[in-house]
Design a protein around this ligand. Sequence first.
Ligand code: GSH
Length: 226
Amino acid sequence: MIELYELTGLSPAHSFSPYCWRIRMALAHKGLTAKLIGWHFGEKKLPRGQTKVPVLVDDGEVIADSSAIAVYLEETYETGPSLFGGPAGEAHARFIAAWTDTVLTPMLFPLVVPDMPRHVKPAAQAYFRETREARLGMTLEEAADTRDAKLPAFRAALAPLRRALDSQEYLGGEEPSYADYIVFGSFQWARLVSPYQILDETDTLQPWLTRMLDLFDGLARDAKGV
Ligand SMILES: N[C@@H](CCC(=O)N[C@@H](CS)C(=O)NCC(=O)O)C(=O)O
């Protein structure tokens, strides 16, 4: 049996981590189901002393880090379509993950993180504030006050994504691939933790986002958010 440890908020149904959503979508893509085990900031119950999620446990084998988990699922399970479409796709997905982790998510972070304390349990509030303010270089309140000024730069940084998706349905081409799940995970995180409108309604990325929310019978759309 596959178990997926994932970050949850005040309720066990509120799963919002961008990295965990990459794996939720990857599991659905492969037609696999997992027992979902909620974990909250600061808790000590992750397997083998891991301090971050997602962590996948498959028949006793522990795999941490979303990229490693995706490769593990691809190599271990022949069910469903390929996540990468071969070695070149796997290599290209590394670039997509690098861009998402170093550009997209860091630019999104100050826009949505001011709304996150409401999803954090009292015991983890101090930890959450301290670690997130260190990452922001300012208080959560200052981030809230300055986010409108940061929005245009965030939207401009999405230009490569728009350009690619103007001429194809998915980053994977005609069908979604793990590259789509990498990027989508960050949008899903924003959607589930914050009411802040990160994209204009007329943004040309909207049709792709709608397609992503529609996948797997609306798996991501049905997720409980703010
Ligand atoms: N490189 C890791 C990053 C995982 C990560 O940063 N997870 C966050 C949740 S989004 C986490 O577990 N944070 C724990 C904490 O901040 O204490 C991956 O791709 O899985």
